[in-house]
Design a protein around this ligand. Structure first.
Ligand code: AMP
Length: 415
């Protein structure tokens, strides 16, 4: 037997219906806020991620699916969506539009991580990016949109964590101090953090290794190092959240795993998820477009993990997997079967969800199946019904049975 590759998974019915429902809810809500969809390729030149995400991130240093094309170009299956969106923005000069650009994407991402619950090697993200505004009001608006989206899915017990990681002007001072403190405690850090403490000390704050936690807790807070501009930006962002009644907790060690973030960073977590509890992550990335040789462009965005979101949706049980048929057709005999296939065609063309079985069944067994499928009505089509053109329509909830013509049937089902 050939199995799916480790860390990948099939999305099967009835769960696939939940995926569709979640995706269409995202499209509907994002549309309300003026976001348009962008679809970028699943693979890109490796240098896009090496430069855009950062050489010293876990993603680039350990987790990318990189391969050489036949012409020796190094390609990588996209591990995230922001760098490709910004690449496309620059390539197609989308910055020529004077307006703030709001884009969203949806699709598979690839990271060679250790698979566990809520963590896969091929997983799916929905993400959104706002390009061309440094206004903290846009950040609050995006969080407001996410609150509406999660609310629509019936998710109530999520937590918003926020922080500011400053900018290229004020962060170096913090990094210097961080390096000093980390150097003094180097022996106590995990192997990765020992390296990070020199190459990319901010990453240490993100470490999940148990033994590093007490050390991280004792480190200085980046919020004490923000310059006036970053401080004012962060304060405004928090005041906009308060105005909207959006609850949050400031977590000074929240830095996120990607290098391109500046100023505001945030995560939305759910305790339902256990160890991998981050549902959504995002922040501001004002330097990314320039890093990718584009014009200076402010950016703010997020990505949410669909597998994790679906886990939460299923736990809270607010989305039905798929809608049951409105009508189950129960033909008795070959001629009645032929008639019911055409009847089903006509009903489906009018938007009525029908089901019937392809194997001959007794009336009793057909009704049993209608019950199992949770059909609202069953339509009995026997010899007599074929001749009279009138069918027996049975309401499954209470067994009430009425005689209807084909026209009356459509009306009834619509009603
Ligand atoms: P990131 O792009 O790392 O900021 O991740 C954004 C979101 O994508 C996370 O909050 C998760 O919900 C999801 N995610 C990231 N990596 C994985 C993975 N390996 N498997 C499943 N979901 C993931």
């Amino acid at each position: 037997m050939i199995r799916a590759v480790k860390g990948t998974h099939d999305i099967l019915p009835p769960e696939s219906a939940v995926w569709n429902r979640v995706e269409s809810t995202a499209r509907e809500i994002f549309d309300l806020y003026g976001f348009s969809e962008i679809r970028t390729p699943v693979f890109e030149r490796t240098e896009l991620f090496a430069r855009g995400v950062g050489e010293d991130t876990d993603i680039v240093s350990k987790e990318m699916y990189t391969f050489e094309d036949r012409d020796e170009t190094s390609l990588t299956l996209r591990p995230e969506g922001t760098a490709p969106v910004v690449r496309s923005y620059i390539e197609h000069q989308l910055y020529q539009d004077p307006q703030v650009l709001k884009l969203y994407y949806l699709g598979p991402m690839f990271r060679r991580e250790r698979p566990q619950k809520g963590r896969y090697r091929q997983f799916h993200q929905i993400g959104a990016e706002v390009l061309g505004s440094d206004n903290p009001a846009i950040e609050a608006e995006v969080l407001e949109m996410l609150e509406l989206f999660l609310g629509r899915l019936g998710i109530k017990e999520s937590t918003l964590l926020v922080n500011s990681i400053g900018c290229s002007r004020c962060r170096p001072r913090f990094l210097q101090r961080l390096k000093q403190e980390l150097a003094a405690k180097k022996d106590l850090l995990c192997e990765d953090c020992q390296r990070r403490s020199e190459t990319n000390p901010l990453r240490v704050l993100d470490c999940k290794v148990e033994s590093c936690q007490p050390i991280i807790d004792g480190l200085p807070s980046i919020l004490d190092f923000l310059d006036d501009g970053c401080r004012a930006h962060f304060d405004k962002f928090l005041s906009y959240l308060k105005e909207r009644g959006i609850g949050f907790t400031v977590i000074p060690r929240l830095v996120r795993g990607l290098d391109y973030y500046t100023r505001t960073t945030f995560e939305i977590t759910s305790r339902i998820l256990g160890a991998q509890n981050t549902l959504i992550g995002g922040g501001r990335y004002d330097g990314l477009a320039e890093l990718l040789e584009g014009p200076p462009t402010q950016g703010f965005g997020f990505a949410l993990g669909l597998e994790r979101l679906i886990l939460v949706v299923q736990q809270t049980g607010n989305l039905m997997a798929s809608l049951p048929p409105q009508l189950f057709l129960a033909p008795l005999g070959e001629a009645a079967f032929a008639r019911s296939t055409l009847l089903a065609r006509d009903l489906r063309r009018q938007g009525i969800r029908c089901a019937y079985d392809f194997e001959p069944r007794s009336l009793k067994s057909a009704l049993r199946l209608a019950n199992k499928l949770q059909a609202q009505f069953a339509l009995i089509i026997g010899e007599a019904e074929l001749h009279s053109g009138k069918f027996q329509l049975k309401r499954m909830s209470d067994g009430e049975q009425v005689e209807v013509s084909a026209e009356q049937l459509v009306e009834r089902m619509r009603g």
